[in-house]
Ligand binder design. Sequence first.
Ligand code: ASP
Length: 726
Amino acid sequence: MVRIPPLAARHNALRCIACIKGRPLALLNRAVPQWPPAPVQVRQKRPFSQEHVPASGSVAAAPEGELRGYFSFPAASEQKDFKPGNTVTVHGFLGKRRDKSAKLTFCDLKSPKGFDVQIVSAVDAKNAGGPASVLHKEFRNIPAYSPVAATGILQLRPGADANLAGPESQFELRLTQIQSLNDFPKDIIVSQDAVWPLSARHLQMRFDPMLRDRLHLRSKVNSTARQCLESLGFNEYETPILFKSTPEGAREFLVPTRRPGLAYALPQSPQQYKQILMASGASNYFQFARCFRDEDSRADRQPEFTQLDMEMSFATGLDVMKTVEDVIQAIFRMLQSRALPRELDGIQYTDPARIAERYGNSALHDEGSALWPIPDSNFVRIKYQRAMSDFGIDKPDLRIAGHIQRIDHLVTNNFTSMITNLETPIVEAAQFKLKGTLAENQAFIRGFMDRISNSTINIDPSCTPGVFIFDETKPLDGLSAFGHEGAGGMAMMETEYWPALEHGDLLIVHARKDVPFQGEGSTDLGRLRKAIYDAAVQEGFLDRDISQKFCWITDFPLFTPDDTPGEGQGGAAGLKATHHPFTAPLTLKDAELLRSDPLKATADHYDLVLNGVEIGGGSRRIHLADMQKYVFTHILQMPESGISRFNHLLEALRAGCPPHAGFALGWDRFIAMLCDVESVRDVITFPKNQKGEDLMVKSPSYLTKPQMETYHIAPNRWEFKDKKEV
Ligand code: ASP
């Protein structure tokens, strides 16, 4: 049975402003000639019982507010009809009303479909109480931010600026009919500087147009990458989300089933499926893949994230790198063609329309090309060992000028003992040409060193960085700690990557153990150098460099010593795969090293780095089942139970799987960098917080007792208390 709601609710359901169909109205007051009368329409109120009501009786039982706008509303006009003089309907959200007088009101209407207008509602005093004044009153009763269907006569705004691109700046809608589709509630207070919590992600998106712009840019970048890969002969294959637990490297999320003891695992990446696809005869695979890793919340990581995942058969790492470069160039060409400046007045825009709205069209074409240079066709390639020695990090930020320089030959034992208690360490230096005066540079570095604690940069406790400002007014240029010869040597030192020190330059000297780089991603000095660079840019001591410096890091060690049992692949050898256990050795010599000295073997593994951030990684794979089994069994020394979890892969490789190589680009991070925002959360629709919670929907949520029973989950470690949702 359908319950008929009270009269008031029925009236609200027909919020469409009442007027008499087809009957023209008297002219409006001549005092406002720029808004001549609009023929206000009255939609005949239909009895509630004639409205379309869905079968379920729940609608009638719904509270009054929910019924508004539930029923039919006028369809939005097509873009082609948006011409001055036409009567059109626009759907959108009302902005804040501007009541100029009791008889004249303006209000912006933001249309998510991109046609924003200014609504004008005006009444003539002579017609008080007539349909036009009913319309005016009803319009003014609709709360700001409500979704509406507004109909009216479109006209060019007086003094419309043809230079401004947004149509909203040019048109206004002389209102003839308006219908609230769901009144915005009074208890949600919207103000210019309201900061919405993640639990109100819908309001963040509603009221932060820049967030919506970023999500739109993401969609455009996605389609550009898709088109580019398709033009290169790639096919998009979807792979399962319900996968199986395998000791690939990262901690997985498990999905219990109704069958006792059985669980799926969510894929940490589609790595194994894409290799099986290669064995299946697919040649060029890609997928925007959702990946899941139950990692402790490291800075700005999400437990679920997106990768642009790729794999190519009969291919080497070089083929893959070339393809990735093509995709990135296509993306930058798209950005350039949209004439999108990186930044104007300190704001990172991602939508050209928003720039045009603010600055006019000219702002677009002036700077677009300069600010989105297409990266070189071959990104710089740097071997891991060289990256570690030149930049102290395997993800170098190539915007930082110069290289780290070894200066052991310039320092005395006395000096070394001041900065470290290591025996025979390597001593290295980095320099910065800061923009301040000597005193300002000094204050900057002092402040920086006071602010950072050893734990922020994670500095080896047996070493202390030596910090100097090159000061020509001081004896030995302020480097007397180096001794006479050392200071002289420092002052004279000049190479392609080490410009001679000048008055006011900052010099950082640091020691490290004299051991080969093996597995670690950075040295103390590497991390310190990057942190000083970021702080100096932040504080204006170095110019902000908005270029996009890509590089490939190659030739990583295949294996890394691992002293955390249970992590990595869970083997007994004290080793883990640096990338993942399917990575191929680089050369025949490296394949032979698998037998004699696996820690010395180099991998055919490549990481893509952009401005100091690793945005992707890939490798050529082991495509021979025997070699893969050898790695599992003899090198990683995984237990048989672990190896057997990869039987599907070994079977696929054994069946004549061709050589193959692939790559995955961390899509969230890449988009965040394109949008120049700090956090991946700013480019994800519904991100999770540091604890892995989605505060909007409040997940994860407690299991109920029946769920635990269905999925055979025993509350053995915590007491099940039929917890209420939090
Ligand atoms: N599956 C790898 C990852 O997620 C990427 C690859 O090697 O293709 O890092």
